[in-house]
Design a protein. Structure first.
Length: 50
């Protein structure tokens, strides 16, 4: 049987007006991606400043 680790995460923007729910197998990498996209209006995370 395969053994995988997945993480469900919920994050909010600084003004706490929106929630983002995601699933990933590398939580640290995914949160870094959200941080790097801050201010980029093309991405959801960037648009809402996660």
């Amino acid at each position: 049987m395969w053994n995988y680790n997945f993480y469900l995460y919920i994050t909010t923007n600084p003004t706490q007006t929106s929630l983002y729910v995601g699933v990933t197998n590398d939580l640290a990498r995914r949160l870094q991606e959200h941080f790097e996209n801050k201010g980029n209006p093309v991405t959801y995370a960037g648009k809402y400043h996660y």
